[in-house]
Design a protein. Structure first.
Length: 317
């Protein structure tokens, strides 16, 4: 009888040991799996930048560590050529990029769609060889299907007899004005300030355009697969804009650090826009740009803000 009791007691103890050991191993496996999940890095976000003052908040956010704070690994890829940027988007080397409303609208008819998520703030002065006299004939350099052409119409209107000369590459356009082959040309900042260093007159027009023409656009694939990363990217942008609103020198520093070969002389002279909190263009302004683009291209674009923009990233801020 005593032997039987001892055997039963031994079996109970053994069972408890096995149960406890099993639980411990299960907890360890769960903890290890959880650690492995945490250790797996989140997908990074590659965003194309252009050599323009619009880029300042994005580069300041990078320098200030705001992307990391928002839990997103962002790589900013600088392009000096719009065609190279477009190729990078179509070949999925970048998830999104700085673009403009005219490009977004014309892209809407292709199989490769881009979706706007955030307006950016740029500046597009005219550079001229001298004062422009109203009513006279002038030659002006621009890019045909672009916001620069739209702005040229808005700046000069019916006050001049304008002969447009389409030169896509900014350096070639600048040289044409410097050498007096053209009377004027339209250029994004900071290139306009570089032209001013070469004795050209920089002309600005307050209140034109009414809203931003520039935009950050992402591929449909990126929006589907990297929604949380894109949301963090927008939050970081909003934080950076607040910094630049309080201290514009931060924008100048970010641009001088990010864009290669900018002359130090333009650090204090480059024209900065007013950086706005994250937003997207209004429906009325979008319709205006669609109508202008249809007139230039001869194509009808049956799109509206619901097809062109994804508002949830700015709405969440």
């Amino acid at each position: 009888m005593k032997l039987l009791k001892k055997q039963i007691m031994f079996m109970l103890i053994l069972s408890l040991v096995l149960i406890t050991t099993g639980c411990t191993k299960e907890e360890q496996n769960t903890a290890q799996a959880s650690t492995a999940e945490k250790a797996e890095p989140e997908p990074s976000l590659q965003v194309g930048m252009m050599s323009a003052v619009d880029a300042a908040p994005f580069y300041h956010a990078l320098e200030a560590g705001y992307y990391e704070d928002e839990g997103v690994d962002v790589e900013l890829v600088l392009f000096t050529n719009g065609q190279h940027r477009q190729t990078a988007l179509q070949t999925q080397q970048v998830d999104g990029a700085m673009s403009d409303l005219v490009a977004l609208i014309t892209q809407s008819t292709s199989d490769f769609r881009l979706i706007g998520t955030l307006s950016t703030d740029g500046a597009f002065p005219l550079l001229a060889t001298g004062p422009l006299t109203e009513g006279t004939k002038i030659t002006a350099g621009t890019m045909e299907i672009s916001v620069t052409n739209y702005l040229l119409d808005a700046y000069l209107g019916d006050r001049y007899d304008v002969e447009k000369v389409f030169i896509n590459e900014i350096p070639a356009r600048l040289e044409a004005v410097v050498s007096s082959q053209l009377d004027t040309g339209i250029f994004p900042e900071p290139f306009a300030s570089i032209g001013a260093l070469r004795n050209l007159e920089k002309l600005t027009f307050e209140g034109i355009p009414k809203e931003s023409l520039n935009i950050i656009a992402f591929t449909e694939k990126a929006i589907q697969e990297k929604e949380s990363q894109i949301a963090g990217f927008h939050r970081a942008y909003g934080r950076a804009v607040k910094d630049l609103q309080g201290d514009p020198t931060l924008a100048r520093t970010a641009l001088m650090n990010a864009i290669p070969a900018l002359p130090e002389a333009i650090r204090t002279t480059m024209g900065l826009p007013e950086y706005h909190a994250p937003s997207l263009p209004s429906e009325s302004f979008t319709k205006e740009i669609i109508s202008w683009t249809e007139g230039i291209t001869g194509t009808e674009y049956a799109v509206g803000i619901n097809e062109l923009y994804d508002t949830r990233f700015v709405d969440a801020l």
